[in-house]
Write a protein that binds this ligand. Structure first.
Ligand SMILES: Cc1cc2nc3c(=O)[nH]c(=O)nc-3n(C[C@H](O)[C@H](O)[C@H](O)COP(=O)(O)OP(=O)(O)OC[C@H]3O[C@@H](n4cnc5c(N)ncnc54)[C@H](O)[C@@H]3O)c2cc1C
Length: 320
């Protein structure tokens, strides 16, 4: 019996969300007195053995380059096989786009209960109860999983990543990869310095910036902070910015370490996509803007005056 943690990767590198999932899965395993093992589909350039520092002893790899391109149906089938061959009883995913696409399919295939969006370790004192966030982070639910195999996907920034000592042994799993039912005809990569969903820092602009011609202040600040840029929905709807930058309930959901909101009111639908950020900084000229209630730091002021000053200060600090 083991806890199996899905290791997500893109462009040859393991995604940072997986480090959090590995730490979480290792602690679930410790709680249950079983081993924590990773599962990697495809190939990466990173050193897999070093992932042992997150508390796992073994990584099962399905070393097939066909798996370097995510196909949720194929991935789910391979994960199901891996669960069967490793005897895992708990399967942990990150609750990111990959995890959201695969975890429910795996749960359905294995007839397992699933908690999507877990925010804490399970309570195993009487059954297996997992706390999850609901209503866009406005409330929590405690969900009991009663099936033999349990699937959990972990919300980003819900569990502290801890790296210690240790190396993981690599075990090659011989699993036949089913033929894909889709054909990827092209991939358009989002241009920009940092991909939004992976960014540690995000600088985001709202309707308060008045128009696309003013986005220079957002881009300048993002550039010096090595941050990704984002925007509120009306900004994307007005074609001031591309839709892939729109964050919120109906846009991309992100959980960076730092989210800086410029001229955004903080409507509940916007917050739903950003309220898992570790630190939120709001710059708004209206002291009554609802976003200040969710902010860790706030500046009441005109973004056109405040933001260039912050950019200059960061430049000075970094000596650039
Ligand atoms: C079903 C549904 C889904 C939705 N999904 C989303 C979603 O996913 N994401 C999303 O963002 N919205 C979403 N919305 C829209 C949401 O309700 C808000 O209308 C939207 O977030 C407001 O965008 P905003 O804050 O940029 O603009 P506004 O509400 O117009 O706010 C602009 C802010 O800028 C401030 N400001 C003005 N000038 C300056 C200045 N010079 N300096 C500093 N501050 C200034 C103002 O004080 C104000 O607070 C959704 C709505 C619905 C009904």
């Amino acid at each position: 019996m083991s806890v199996l943690i899905f290791i997500d990767h893109a462009d040859g590198h393991i995604k940072k969300a997986s480090f959090e999932a590995l730490t979480y899965g290792a602690d679930v395993a410790k709680q249950l007195g079983v081993s924590a093992e990773g599962l990697l589909l495809g190939t990466v350039n990173d050193d897999l053995t070093s992932l042992g520092k997150y508390g796992i002893t073994k990584i099962h790899q399905v070393n097939n380059e066909a798996l370097n391109q995510l196909d949720a149906q194929v991935y789910a089938k391979v994960v199901e096989e891996a669960v069967a061959s490793t005897g895992a009883k708990v399967v942990v995913f990150s609750h990111n786009q990959t995890g959201k696409a695969i975890a429910p399919r795996v749960a359905a295939g294995l007839k397992a209960g699933i908690v999507a969006g877990a925010v804490a370790l399970p309570d195993t004192s009487n059954g297996f109860i997992v706390k999850k966030s609901v209503f866009s982070g406005k409330a929590f639910a405690n969900v009991s999983i009663t099936s033999d195999i349990k699937v959990i996907s972990l919300n980003a920034n819900s569990y502290k990543t801890v790296a210690g000592e240790g190396t993981a042994e690599i075990n090659q799993l011989n699993i036949a990869v089913p033929a894909s039912k889709i054909k990827i005809t092209g991939v358009n990569k989002v241009s920009g310095e940092v991909p939004l969903t992976e960014a540690e820092i995000v600088v985001s602009g709202g309707r308060g910036l008045k128009g696309p011609e003013n986005w220079g202040i957002v881009e300048d600040l993002a550039h010096v902070l090595h941050a990704a840029t984002a925007c509120s929905r009306p900004v994307a709807d007005s074609h001031w910015r591309p839709h892939h930058e729109h964050v919120g309930q109906t846009g991309v959901q992100i959980a960076p370490n730092l989210y800086i909101a410029l001229g955004i009111s903080g409507a509940i639908q916007h917050l739903a996509g950003v309220n898992r950020s570790k630190t939120i900084v709001v710059i708004n000229k209206d002291p009554e803007a609802p976003f200040f209630k969710a902010a860790d730091y706030g500046i009441v002021g005109d973004a056109f005056e405040v933001v260039p000053k912050i950019t200059e200060a960061v430049k000075k600090l970094k000596g650039v």
